[in-house]
Design a protein around this ligand. Sequence first.
Ligand code: GCO
Ligand code: MG
Length: 409
Amino acid sequence: MLIESMETILTCPGRNYLIVKITTDDGIVGYGDATLNGREMSVKAVLDHHLAKYLTGMDAERITDIWELIYRGTYWRGGPVFMTALAGIDMALWDIKGKRYQAPVYQLLGGRCRDRLRAYFHVHGHTKEALAERIRQRMDDGCTCFRYSFDTRDSREEGLYFKQPHQDISLGKRIEVTEGNIGRPEIWDTEAYCHDLIDVTAYLRNTFGHDIGLIHDSHERFTPIQAAAAARQLEPYGLYFLEDPIEPVNVQGLELIRGHSVTPIAMGELYNSMKDCLIPIEKNLIDYLRLDISHYGGITPSMKTAAAADNHGVKIAFHGPSDISPLAHAALAHVDFAIPNFGIQEWVDHNQELDQVFHTNIQYESGYITIKDRPGLGVEVDESAAKEYAYNPKFLPTIRDREGAVHNW
Ligand code: GCO
Ligand code: MG
């Protein structure tokens, strides 16, 4: 079964998604996700101009061999753009294999380890009361774990400090500060944020008791000692995990946090290679590994890394935001079902446009994700619907501190 062609499809049913489509000489078509939020065209260029030629004529059954060839055989390895391109190819090849053998991908990965996956959703509130209300609404549909974020009033100053467009700092002539435009910055104040984080978390725990799991994502905004202090102060409220407290690939920073607190720590959505996460896993510096299957090279390396994590009691909690497509959500769900050390799955609601383009077999119901058996990844792509939604370039936001200096977003 030889690869006849590899194409890319860029579509925007609500958000931008880049799809990899591989066709074999016996007419099997496989799809994969190669979306990198805000960098879609860079990944598309790698796929269209560099990798498509490699793939043509190769045996589509040799997934690991193709993965190795592209990863180490083409010399320039790694990084989010390249690993996202590779992930798209890897997922499409698993999709083809499943269709070839008429089996869902999780069967080819060893079969089910569980019947369903516990899911968590994002909840956001302008105030802690509004946040609690959002949680209550979602609890009504059965959700038991929440990633909470907030805009709260800084008690020491007037006005909202968090996620407020920065208006008082000159940014130079090249950047226009308009909604959705490149570099639109928001004010950031770590001290105020930390103060509110403890306050909001205490409020949520007191309001809901221990009936729900609470997750907070710090988006690498702390220094190690700030993260250690926050993790220690959060201990009484029993977080499910504190996500991305510091920048990735800072082992000493993680050691510092660990030395001061037993709040569970999750990292991983910015990792692109096993080399980024092996030391934190082996030293037990993280409790949950949040790989992004689309930015980590796909199903093949995720399975290997999950096995390494299992060896050290680290659970998998794949990154599952709305900026990766339902193809990626399906791919990570197949892995989640097939590994023994699944932890929890980040999940997002689908809008109607998304459902028109991607007919998925993965459902959310009452706090859990289930999968309907279909060959391959099980997501049908409606290519004519995809064409209806033209690419709409967007940039990620940025943040600056009160003096105007760039801060980790
Ligand atoms: C998460 C992530 C997202 C990222 C986004 C960037 O845990 O879901 O941090 O919210 O910000 O995926 O593109
Ligand atoms: Mg995150």
